[in-house]
Design a binder for this molecule. Structure first.
Ligand SMILES: NC(=O)c1ccc[n+]([C@@H]2O[C@H](COP(=O)([O-])OP(=O)(O)OC[C@H]3O[C@@H](n4cnc5c(N)ncnc54)[C@H](OP(=O)(O)O)[C@@H]3O)[C@@H](O)[C@H]2O)c1
Length: 232
């Protein structure tokens, strides 16, 4: 679909990958880009329109869909990593991950689905991860939330097909944001994630495998289990 002239909403757009998405949409000619943020009063990024949107607050989600009745691109980017390790620690963070990453994406998608339909279809982008496909002992609940979000993405692909909505899933390994400051591994720049996603929207492609890790893990899904989990 054409990004030029579109009206976009990006959740979690005040920093990290979300801000890169919002800036890329603007750079590619979107007519208006709403930055979904939890504290609009603190948001001063030029060219972007702040929109109060905590994705776990269902009143705010409904109000956001009412506030942007002409949205043609919606990006579910908001996400957290807050869960415990596999064999110890309280489960509260795991519940919060499901609330934001999975149920938040679901709530925003269903609120905006009729808006996108009214505009002729548009695009719904879900920011996923290689963790949608491969879990770890350190981040098992984050991976479970991303697997649930991927499953939801597939259901949305099928359900929104008839209304002409392109549903895009974005998968990547480590990205250089606040969320990964303690990770000492090669990382992709947020702008690269956004650029590849813009290209996918423009070409009507429904899956973005941003880096080698995403491409390798995706391919390993069809192989024996030890391709994904060499320790087995
Ligand atoms: N970084 C990576 O390596 C990586 C890799 C693959 C996928 N991802 C995914 O990419 C997305 C963005 O990650 P990031 O690395 O950019 O993270 P980040 O720098 O930690 O930013 C997270 C964003 O989500 C927002 N957010 C958190 N809870 C929210 C809520 N309840 N409602 C609305 N917004 C909320 C935050 O807003 P506040 O500033 O108000 O907290 C912030 O804008 C996430 O879905 C993440 O799972 C990240």
């Amino acid at each position: 679909m054409k990004i030029e002239g579109s009206v976009a909403v990006v959740t979690g757009a005040n920093r990290g990958i979300g801000l890169a998405f919002a800036q890329a949409l603007l750079a590619r000619g979107a007519a208006k880009v709403y930055a979904g943020v939890r504290r609009p009063e603190d948001f001063t990024e030029p060219g972007l329109e702040p929109l109060r949107l905590d994705v776990t607050d269902h009143d705010q989600v409904a109000a956001a869909a009412r506030a942007v009745p002409d949205a043609t691109i919606v990006v579910n980017n908001a996400g957290i990593q807050a869960g415990p390790a596999l064999l110890e620690g309280p489960l509260d963070g795991a519940r919060r991950e499901l609330e934001v990453n999975y149920l938040g994406t679901w709530a925003v998608s269903r609120a905006f689905a009729p808006v996108l339909a009214a505009g002729g279809g548009g695009a719904l982008v879900n920011m996923l991860s290689v963790a949608s496909w491969r879990s770890t002992e350190r981040f098992p609940s984050y991976a479970a939330s991303k697997a649930a979000q991927w499953s939801l993405t597939n259901a949305l692909r099928v359900a929104l097909r008839d209304q002409g909505t392109l549903v895009v899933g974005v998968h990547v390994g480590w990205v250089d944001t606040d969320a990964t400051v303690r990770v000492d591994e090669p990382k992709t720049e947020p702008a690269e994630v956004a650029a590849q996603t813009m290209d996918a929207i423009a070409r009507d492609e429904s899956e973005v495998l941003v880096d080698d890790t995403a491409r390798r893990v995706r391919a390993a899904l069809s192989g024996p289990l030890d391709l994904l989990y060499p320790a087995l």
